[in-house]
Design a protein around this ligand. Structure first.
Ligand SMILES: Nc1ncnc2c1ncn2[C@@H]1O[C@H](COP(=O)(O)OP(=O)(O)OP(=O)(O)O)[C@@H](O)[C@H]1O
Ligand SMILES: [Mg+2]
Length: 475
């Protein structure tokens, strides 16, 4: 093995220094900061940009770096109070080609208690940051536009054009499509292209809310409407969506009793809060969606016909992915670009055999299934090219295409597990979470995306299933 050939690219060095978690500063002979890492800056409450080029005494309390840069005498394990915390500083002269060119300094915490205190503080901040990140992400999601709807196949373009055309109208829109075909995306895009775009887009998933809460969610309640009611009452989603769009997702799962109340609100264009007497006028455009066959439900008497007519003024029917084979390669490429950002990867490609295999698959879970397959592939990928072996087993074997029973084969299960459980040991909690997420995704694939069915397969309650989906960001 020729070790001399292995070299670290320059742009890795910065990251390596940061990961080594030390607070590092480098000054030149004049004591001007010419390098400082972000860990140090975070600690002293500044930024790399503002610290660079400044005399070190102006940036770091009680520093002696400018002195070491002159004397060339190292100072090890020196106590240095920073921010009221006693730190241990190591200061080394920086000698390059036999010449003193400056100094390098690091600081570490003096005792474990202080480190722990600091860690607690940071952990708290990190938690807060994650919370706001997730929130921002969620809010960003309401920004889907028609440009985000990828597809060039004629059947998809026809639907997309129709949706664009009717965006501006006030009519109710009913979006029909199998699970994972992009119903939610269409709803966002329609709202964003409408005159209501600057007003709220309020989504509600009718399947995920227990029946007895649905009414108060939609219409709100007055102060003291029932025991446990929030003081001052609560606005319902109808009111929150005033002047905007209310997106009734999974409308096929709305119980009959609620269907009547919804119909009344739509006809009268006003709502009554629970426990309230006055009617509140609301101006809301309704977009509804379901993967269920509402016509059949109407025939069977489980969905009100009058409500169906009210909702179904404009019907948008999104074709399933298997009928849009032309879109699969393009979608995969675009989805990979999105995933690359998420996983900090670059230049991931699909082998032609993989593309050909993806085009032959039935995609019962549609684009969401495609997304999951690609995400899984990135997770097990070492190089940059996705090959057949990076696909889940049911996609590796041509015969398995229509046969989800493969999931029951013990061998398959073991291989599946081997693929998800990381070889490098990780905290058990993380492994369990990975396996749990995969189990949910598998159940969803088998249940054709139907969450209630998937919950039944896994023998867990509906509420806990939805909670887990939320936790693992499974939509
Ligand atoms: N045309 C598209 N272009 C790009 N991404 C898409 C497209 N259609 C769907 N997706 C992606 O596929 C996933 C599923 O889309 P979405 O949630 O809108 O499906 P859905 O029809 O509402 O499914 P369900 O019935 O299960 O709720 C999302 O992550 C979405 O970003
Ligand atoms: Mg949806």
């Amino acid at each position: 093995m020729n070790l001399g050939m292995v070299e670290i690219p320059n742009n890795w060095l910065e990251e390596i220094i940061n990961l080594s978690a030390e607070r590092i500063v480098v000054v030149n002979r004049e004591g001007i900061i010419c390098y400082i890492n972000s860990a140090y800056c975070d600690f002293i409450g500044t930024t790399v940009e503002s610290a660079l080029g400044k005399p070190v005494q102006d940036v770091i309390e009680n520093t002696r770096m400018h002195i070491v840069a002159k004397t060339g005498q190292k100072e090890l394990a020196a106590l240095q109070p920073i921010h009221g915390t006693e730190m241990i500083a190591n200061r080394y002269p920086l000698i390059v080609n036999g010449e003193l060119v400056g100094a390098l300094g690091t600081v570490i915490f003096r005792n474990p208690d202080e480190l722990r205190l600091y860690k607690n503080k940071i952990e708290h901040l990190a938690e807060e940051l994650n919370f706001y990140k997730a929130k921002a992400e969620k809010e960003m999601k309401s920004k889907y536009r028609f440009d985000d709807l990828i597809g060039v196949s004629p059947s998809f373009l026809t639907v997309k054009k129709l949706a664009e055309r009717i965006s501006g109208s006030q009519s109710s829109v009913f979006i029909k499509g199998e699970s994972g075909t992009g119903k939610e995306l269409f709803a966002h895009a329609i709202h964003n292209s409408s005159l209501r775009a600057s007003h709220p887009f309020v989504p509600i998933n009718c399947a995920s809310i227990p029946e007895h809460l649905l009414e108060s969610e939609l219409f709100g309640y007055e102060d003291g409407a029932f025991t446990g009611a929030k003081k001052g009452g609560k606005k319902g989603l109808f009111q929150l969506a005033h002047n905007g769009t209310l997106f009734l997702d999974e409308i096929g799962d709305m119980p009959l009793s609620m269907q009547s109340k919804l119909l009344r609100a739509l006809q009268e264009k006003e709502i009554h809060r629970i426990g309230g007497h006055k009617s509140i006028p609301v101006d809301v455009r309704i977009i509804s969606a379901t993967h269920r066959n509402l016509e059949k439900m109407v025939d069977e008497g489980t969905f009100r016909q009058d409500l169906y007519y009210r909702l179904n003024v404009v019907k948008i029917e999104i074709p399933p992915l298997r009928e849009r084979k032309d879109d699969i390669e393009l979608l995969s490429i675009k989805l990979l670009e999105k995933l690359e950002k998420k996983f900090y990867r670059k230049g991931i490609q699909l082998s032609s055999r993989v593309i050909e295999r993806l085009q032959r698959h039935k995609w019962l879970g549609n684009i969401r299934e495609l997304e999951n397959v690609l995400e899984r592939a990135i997770n097990v990928l070492n190089g940059n090219k996705i090959e057949l072996i990076h696909l889940p087993l049911y996609l590796q074997e041509p015969a398995a295409e229509t046969n989800h029973n493969q999931h029951n084969d013990t061998n398959t299960q073991t291989n599946h597990l081997a693929a998800i459980i990381p070889l490098t040991p990780k905290p058990l909690k993380e492994i369990v979470a990975t396996v749990e997420k995969q189990a949910i995704l598998n159940a969803l694939a088998v249940a054709n995306g139907n969450k209630l069915e998937a919950a039944k397969i896994l023998e867990v309650g509906k509420t806990s299933f939805y909670e887990k989906c939320k936790l693992y960001q499974i939509k």
